[in-house]
Design a protein around this ligand. Sequence first.
Ligand SMILES: [Fe+2]
Length: 274
Amino acid sequence: MAVTPEQLNLRGMVDIHCHILPGVDDGALTLEESLAMCELAAADGIGTIVATPHMFDGVHQTPEKSLIQARMAELRQRLNGLLEILPGGEVRYSYEIFQEAPDPQTKIRLNGTSYMLLEFPFQAVPPNIEMTIFQILNAGITPVIAHPERNKRIQEKPEVLADLVERGALAQLDAGSLTKSFGPEPYLSAKRIVEAGLAHFIATDAHHQDRRRPNLSSAVAVAADIGGIEYARAMVLANPTALIQDRGIPYQLECDMDALRGKRRKKSWFQFWK
Ligand SMILES: [Fe+2]
């Protein structure tokens, strides 16, 4: 029987990928829209949102740290404690990463921790990505790969993601991929990644109040059907909570390569503590 969001006890979820800040990218347009999105998120059980405006994507102007802080302050004041907003960014794979990564105060870190949210182009995985992952790790930052299930190369060859995780990267699925908002390919890829135990986080990647909304619970219910309730809950509770507190990620599974290649469904999972 399918798991429902109500059965999952999801209060206090942490969303590590959300375009919640007004007027900085293609996310919320106004402070009023940001507030409406926060109300939707809080109603869904989300207690903390990491604001992740696009950075170095070649489309939007990368916001200065002072602008991020100013927009966060405005939002926090109006939220009056409804939920917590933390600073971060969705960092496009780019030359700027190498300049920014060594700076301990860099805005590319999620909530000033040793984690960053790293986005690839949608059509390809950059060449020499292994070297980039190594250099980022060497700078003391763990890259969290944003929505790998929406990347065409990883859809075709999921072993690419397994290799990056093996090297020390983590993986964040978009909620909309699991709920089929992006169509069949991202859903099938996300399903396979969960079956293989290769995902560490589910996040909203929300942009607006009326489309790409901030909702996690529906996707967690889908993930619970695929990979079990405990694993699904960990991807929105224990794991992102550890991330924003700059601790090791508690639920990490051994990758089931057969499940990843679609040869069989993952039957069991285990956790270990870093
Ligand atoms: Fe995003």
